[in-house]
Design a protein around this ligand. Sequence first.
Ligand code: ADP
Ligand code: MG
Length: 267
Amino acid sequence: MIAREEGEQFLHVYKGDIERAIADLRRIATEKKQQISRPKRPISEEVVIRVSGLTKSYSVGKQQVSALGGVSVDIHKGEFVALTGVSGSGKSTLLQLIGGLDKPTSGTVEVYSQNLSKLSDRHVSEFRNRTIGFIFQFFYLQPFLKLRQNLEVAGIPLRTKPVDRRKKLESLAEVVGLADRLDHFPKELSGGQMQRAAIARALLNDPKILLADEPTGNLDSKNSAAIIELFEKIRDEFGTTIIIVTHDAAIAARADREIRLKDGVIA
Ligand SMILES: Nc1ncnc2c1ncn2[C@@H]1O[C@H](COP(=O)(O)OP(=O)(O)O)[C@@H](O)[C@H]1O
Ligand SMILES: [Mg+2]
């Protein structure tokens, strides 16, 4: 009884302090949240990618290498996200799992509410071809095909009509500023042009999501800036959700949100 009275007295005396402390904690939490999301333009409420408790370990001989140690994050429709972190922090692994190129060790990736782990390999590829466009640091254009054919082959897996494919590739070549280069071979293009070609190819099937792994890693700053402007244009014109892995602080600063990985978890 005495203890309870003392307790109440204590609460009475310190009530103001406690309330102030709680208010301070709330304010700090809100500020921190704002710092993390840092919205520069209104972002849709719709979650298109939901990553929950994602882990990935690779077997190397008898050893297990942990690449992701439990990542959870929601990405919204039309959001432009920069995925950053030092080399080996798990960026490419996360991007590959989001794109269904590999399977997680545990946890889930849902893309447009579809749990990728629940799909068969064939259905994952179908889903990927319809929904996701990939862009890599090394452009992976076929050296023996002209730009026109390099773009066109991207439409083959979905069996789109050749005539539609041609129309589409020509309009995309306009979007990326390569309309006058369609009959050139990749070796006749500059690095920046090759990457723009790879972006056009990634857009051929109207993906809702673009995943780019260090797309400016091989480009000088002028060409990098042009590529980022192109991504922004794509997002604005097509409402595409874009995740871009980058080391470039200038790019990260232009994204709607930066997600930083450290040792396989969000820092
Ligand atoms: N196929 C693989 N086999 C074995 N280990 C891998 C493989 N891919 C990535 N790793 C390891 O997983 C960790 C994360 O790699 P990665 O996702 O490529 O990081 P980042 O893209 O940030 O450089 C690293 O320790 C890397 O060595
Ligand atoms: Mg990587």
